[in-house]
Design a protein around this ligand. Structure first.
Ligand code: HH2
Length: 285
């Protein structure tokens, strides 16, 4: 069956309002700060104490983060799965504290029961790395009127293959994003799309997707890019995770030039400066 041909977005998506804050897509690039409350995340694990996670989140907000992504389970390849109870015990105190101070928050989970309780505690949107595979996730989003981030992933973190196959990675990722958006819209749920850099993709797949982000847009949907400190940057530079900030910012700038709306990063201060310059060049009035 021929795949639908990817194309550039024709017009900016309708603005979103999260915690009373407007996100005017197309006007500028928004920075999402990563707050992992996990012992084993690939670059910033080890912060399971809620007070430490909240202090870290406060720092990211002071550095200029527009929203924060709170995660209680690592999704790196081969990571150890955690129960919904454990995930909730990690993230709920952090979400409650940050919601109370008015921060816009997404919850990074693929478990519908975790998403529901996180929304109840004050999260604003669901970041589902499984690309809305579980129909219950859309039911939760619809029930709370919450938007979702639909990320593309081949397989699941525990089962991601060393040798993922695509005939045409750009067309196939785009077609799956289009399908996720179709399912969400059928339930009246707003979606942000994400090509899922590093999830079930080879080095060449990651670079090809980054070269063609402009062809991965879905009409009416903002796009998120998550490249922060990822392995493909480490491979290119032969550097460990704490030495990948410049490589990350190269991908951020090139993402902005291809119409990315949100960048998900660990290094917020650097990203805020990078997108300011990139926006001034790429987004003409
Ligand atoms: N990447 C990670 C986790 N969640 N969500 C979206 N939408 N897009 C991404 O690219 C993405 C994501 C992996 O990064 P990190 O949170 O730093 O690590 P870990 O999964 O080990 O906690």
């Amino acid at each position: 069956m021929p795949l639908m041909e990817p194309r550039t977005r024709l017009s900016a998506p309708e603005p979103w309002t999260l915690k009373g804050r407007d996100f005017i897509w197309g006007a500028r690039t928004y920075v999402m700060g990563i707050v992992n409350v996990t012992p084993d995340s690939f670059s910033d694990g080890g912060r399971v104490d809620p007070a430490a996670a909240i202090a870290h989140a406060e720092r990211l907000l002071a550095d200029g983060a527009d929203l924060l992504d709170i995660g209680g389970e690592s999704t790196r390849p081969g990571s150890v799965p955690v129960s919904a109870e454990e995930e909730l015990a990690r993230i709920l105190p952090v979400i409650r504290a940050l919601a109370a101070r008015g921060a816009a928050l997404s919850v990074d989970t693929f478990k519908p029961e975790v998403a529901a309780q996180a929304l109840e505690a004050g999260a604003d949107l669901i970041n589902d790395i499984s690309g809305l595979r579980d129909p219950e996730m859309l039911a939760v989003a619809a029930r709370y009127g919450a938007p979702v981030i639909a990320m593309h992933m081949q397989g699941m973190p525990q089962t991601m293959q060393d040798d993922p196959r695509y005939d045409d990675v750009v067309s196939e990722v785009h077609a799956e994003l289009v399908e996720a958006v179709r399912k969400a819209r059928a339930r009246g749920v707003k979606v942000m799309v994400d090509p899922g850099i590093g999830f079930g993709k080879t080095q060449e797949h990651n670079l090809t997707l980054l070269r063609h982000l402009d062809r991965l847009h879905v009409e009416g949907c903002p796009m998120l890019l998550g490249t922060s400190r990822k392995g493909f940057i480490g491979k290119l530079l032969d550097l460990p995770v704490n030495e990948r900030v410049e490589g990350t910012m190269a991908t951020v700038a090139l993402g902005v030039s291809q119409g990315v709306d949100v960048v998900r990063v660990h290094d917020v201060k650097e990203a805020v400066r990078t997108v300011k310059v990139a926006d001034a060049i790429a987004r003409r009035p």
